[in-house]
Design a protein around this ligand. Structure first.
Ligand SMILES: [Zn+2]
Length: 609
């Protein structure tokens, strides 16, 4: 990793406007530049770039950050890669992070393996194009693949012989040991030597997120078995962290806001050929957390094309645990008559497919439909079983509102009393108590507006460091009642303590998207009076706002406020300031007499007499 110093030097030497304007057309709007957000689809621009703070924020979808973050999102880079990219742009030489000997070795090996897989892909492709590939070409044409799609996906062919690839790559100077490591050849079980893994198959190169070939899948052209054969796990390829077509699907998915998940190579390719370019396929494995992490960089929603046979249903249901904790929205798509995407698209076309996507069910509705199927007519024993299974799902839903919704639906579907169901759920909950218990409250908190005064102060502090510094002497994070704003204030104050200025990137917390969004949101958003031309008026309305907000926030805790006043009275008395002491006494009396008063954003007033 690079030091903070280097990172700052790199960032200071590029202008975020230059970086972003390479991707987004920007127009000046006040102090910001404004454009159409590249991360969600919109018709009215809400994507802001603030050159003063060198950050961007979209008021439509909430993403924001600095130039590094922009590149991470736009190019799918990780942070060190983004630093490297911008350093290159600014002509800054990064210090060689001296890798340990074994790291260096594995890095060299990786490069060698990538060279081998790239050359193997070229070989398979030329075999498909050459005389040996005529039957394979005919097969692909019969399956409806166009020549341009065959080229886009770099499909290839492996002859039905034992050492075509082995000979070819050995001629190029690659050692058998490395070819074996790349998963391309297999050691003979008896005697010396190796033979080709892929023989007599159509070859589908598997590429990583940046488009480099890392592995292969092979499919037979007749009914022989196995129908599909994939590369084994290699230093380049781990099937639980790779999705077929992700390199091509990531941008379309970002634009459309979701990925389509299918099962096989040909399904994924058909989706792309017919216009559903946001489709990816898993490679002979169920979706994993690694897959979700890859996709979450580009879209928050998934459409699973569901395989209606019993094994497919089970596999889909097993995804529940994974999805429930992921924060992603997941829908399940059923194609009529158990069609797979490949045959469906060929027979009915893209519009019919898109209609199925629109008709998709939320994952939990799918679960409900599968678990309680014709439940109202079921025997009492079956009902008990299905109820237990449903409650198992419901209790793990992260939101209280959702739990409530599906309790009702389950009661309806099983034709049982909702109250009984709730009691049973409560029993299950006490059986496994966990942090989930409180999430219902959290949702309720989020539903209401954030306290205005708190919001205003966070906004002011993020727009103006001087205000933040001033307020850090008057308030603490605990003065803020909204949990999110409290986190933000804590980050702001911590940052001020550690360094002279507010650095947005250092304030952001990896993984706390909610916090990161609010930080960029208020850093970029202009304050009402910032556009007022008269500067003394501006100053006056700003100061008044700050005073009002601080007063209001202090009032959140009447007891503390009164304590503060009593302390101030004592201090005034000690100094012999009779006048001040009198004023404070009156204030205290006034406060204690006042009936409950309403505090913005806090609903009904509280009485503090
Ligand atoms: Zn956006």
């Amino acid at each position: 990793m690079y030091t903070e110093d280097i990172i700052r030097r790199v960032r200071d030497s590029v202008d975020i406007y230059d970086v972003v304007s390479g991707y987004v057309s920007l127009k000046k709007a006040g102090k910001n530049w404004l454009g159409l957000c590249p991360f969600h689809s919109e018709k009215t621009p809400s994507f802001n770039v603030n050159p003063g703070k060198q950050i961007f924020h979209c008021f439509g979808c909430g993403v924001g950050g600095d130039a590094f973050k922009f590149l991470e999102l736009q190019e799918g880079l990780n942070f060190p890669e983004a630093v490297k990219h911008l350093a290159g742009r600014a002509g800054i030489t990064l210090p060689e992070s001296r890798p340990r000997a074994d790291e260096k070795k594995s890095d060299d090996e990786r490069k060698a393996l990538l060279k081998i897989t790239a050359e193997a892909a070229d070989y398979f492709r030329s075999e498909l194009e050459g005389p040996a590939g005529s039957a394979a070409r005919a097969y692909l044409a019969k399956r409806g693949l166009t020549e341009s799609i065959i080229r886009d996906f770099a499909l290839g062919f492996a002859r039905p012989e034992w050492d075509g690839l082995l000979k070819h790559l050995r001629q190029k100077g690659h050692a058998p040991a490395l070819l074996e490591k790349a998963g391309l050849i297999v050691k003979r079980s008896e005697g010396e030597g190796h033979y080709d893994r892929f023989r007599g198959r159509i070859i589908f190169p598997i590429r990583d997120i940046s488009g480099q070939v890392i592995a292969f899948g092979g499919r037979v052209m007749d009914d022989s078995l196995p129908k599909y054969l994939n590369s084994p796990e290699t230093p380049l390829y781990s099937k639980s962290n790779v999705l077929y077509c992700l390199d091509q699907a990531k941008e379309p998915a970002r634009k459309q806001g979701y990925f389509i998940i299918v099962e096989g190579y040909l399904d994924a390719i058909a989706c792309h050929q017919y216009g559903a370019k946001n489709a990816v396929a898993t490679l002979g494995t169920a979706l994993t957390d690694g897959h979700l992490r890859l996709m979450r960089r580009f879209a928050q929603k998934l459409m699973l094309i569901f395989d209606p046979d019993p094994a497919g249903v089970k596999a889909t249901l097993r995804g529940f645990e994974l999805f429930a904790g992921s924060g992603m929205k997941v829908n399940v798509v059923s194609l009529p008559d158990g069609d797979d995407p490949d045959t469906f698209l060929k027979n009915k076309g893209y519009d019919a497919f898109a209609a199925c996507l629109r008709g998709s069910a939320k994952f939990m509705d799918f679960v409900l439909a599968q678990v309680v199927k014709d439940g109202a007519a079921a025997s009492i024993d079956e009902k008990v079983e299905r109820e237990a299974e449903m409650l198992g799902f419901i209790t793990r839903l992260p939101s209280g509102i959702e739990q409530d919704h599906y309790l009702k639906k389950t009661a309806e579907a099983l034709n049982v009393d909702e109250v009984t169901l709730r009691q049973d759920l409560a029993k299950q909950r006490t059986a496994h108590t966990g942090p989930r218990e409180r999430t219902g409250e959290k949702i309720a908190e989020r539903k209401g507006h954030r306290p205005k005064a708190e919001e205003m102060l966070v906004h002011l502090m993020l727009r103006d460091e001087n205000i933040a510094r001033e307020l850090s002497g008057q308030l603490t994070a605990q003065d803020f009642t909204d949990p999110l704003l409290q986190r933000a204030v804590k980050r702001i104050f911590d940052q001020l303590e550690r360094s002279a200025s507010l650095d947005l990137r250092l304030m952001q917390v990896e993984g706390d998207e909610e916090l990161n969004r609010i930080l960029t949101h208020y850093s970029v958003r202009e304050l009402d009076w910032e556009n007022e031309s008269n500067s003394s008026e501006k100053e006056e309305s700003k100061n008044k706002s700050i005073r009002d907000c601080v007063t209001l926030i202090k009032q959140h805790d009447p007891e503390r406020q009164i304590k503060d006043i009593i302390k101030a009275i004592r201090e005034a008395d000690e100094k012999g300031d009779r006048e001040e002491s009198q004023r404070l006494l009156e204030l205290q009396r006034d406060l204690s007499k006042r009936p409950g008063r309403s505090i913005p954003g806090h609903g009904p007033g509280r009485s503090w007499s």
